[in-house]
Write a protein that binds this ligand. Structure first.
Ligand code: SF4
Length: 56
């Protein structure tokens, strides 16, 4: 399963630049991860300052 970004996202944008496959984009009120593109590396979860990114 891909990673998901929860409502704890404060839209800092940190994760977007760290994703190696560019699966993260700005959504409506929070950033979103494209599940089909995500390779489940976990990099984004490690850099999120609010721990908003979880394994689905
Ligand atoms: Fe990108 Fe890796 Fe996060 Fe998936 S787990 S969105 S591939 S940084």
């Amino acid at each position: 399963m891909a990673y998901v970004i929860t409502d704890e996202c404060v839209m800092c944008g940190t994760c977007e630049g760290e994703c190696p496959v560019e699966a993260i984009s700005e959504g409506d009120g929070k950033y979103v991860i494209d599940a089909d593109t995500c390779v489940e590396c976990g990099t984004c979860a490690g850099v999120c300052p609010t721990e908003a990114i979880k394994e689905a």
